[in-house]
Design a protein around this ligand. Sequence first.
Ligand SMILES: [Zn+2]
Length: 288
Amino acid sequence: MADLILEHIKGNTYYIPLPTIVGVYIENGEAILIDSSNNKDSARKVLRLLEKNNLKVKMIINTHSNADHIGGNAYFKNNTDCKIATTKLESFFTEYPLLEPAFLYGGYPNELLRNKFLCAKPSKVDYIIKSEGKILDTELEAVELPGHFFEMIGIRTPDNVLFLADSLMPQNIIEKYHLFFLYDIKAHLDTLEKLKTIEADFYVPSHAKCMTDIKELIDININKIYEIAENVRKIYNENELLKETDILAKTDSVLEEICKIYSIKLDANQTVLLGSTIKSYISYILSL
Ligand SMILES: [Zn+2]
């Protein structure tokens, strides 16, 4: 990994470009981090970069508990005095990360699934925060963004920069992968509609560059989700799977059909991530 940089956005708000970006807000000479990067190696580099800029890490606020967002927590906990803050549901996964592969797999996760992509090192959560409104005694504000994960939040800084977590995927990822992990399709669609109404000077999705206008990207995200939901519905109708007994028994064959449509090859991680997502799509179409 090349040397990291602290990219300035506006005022006291910065971010560190990484596969899962780390937001940095400087308050009273100390850094508050938005997510902690994906593992101890990247966290070590983030800490080194902050130290080079004479910044002490005061707190990490995790947008949600996926391993690529909390993966550096344990390293920061072991090497600094920082505190960790998350919403309540996300705190369970942060403190007991085995819950993530267990939830995705729907049973005790075998060794193949207990890897760094699905299972971070555990870290103690110091503060449970509300998913909307002022965060503790900081100048930051939480914005509810449920859907991708249980109690995911975005974070707005006083510079009017909004960190969007995984609520918005960049166009190139959507075009390449089509399907990305979602827990609750309806909640996610509502979150995307809500984002259209939220004004900010800069928007920072976790897996994309900082942006000033997200309206077009929101529509690209929404359209892809509707397209997949429609494909799932067609597979159900064509195979007459809407009989009650088939709904649970045939989810794997729906995943298989969807993978054929989008030429997706599944490895162990993708099988549980997309398998879980397809089940969420099925719940969504059944609720319509
Ligand atoms: Zn992510």
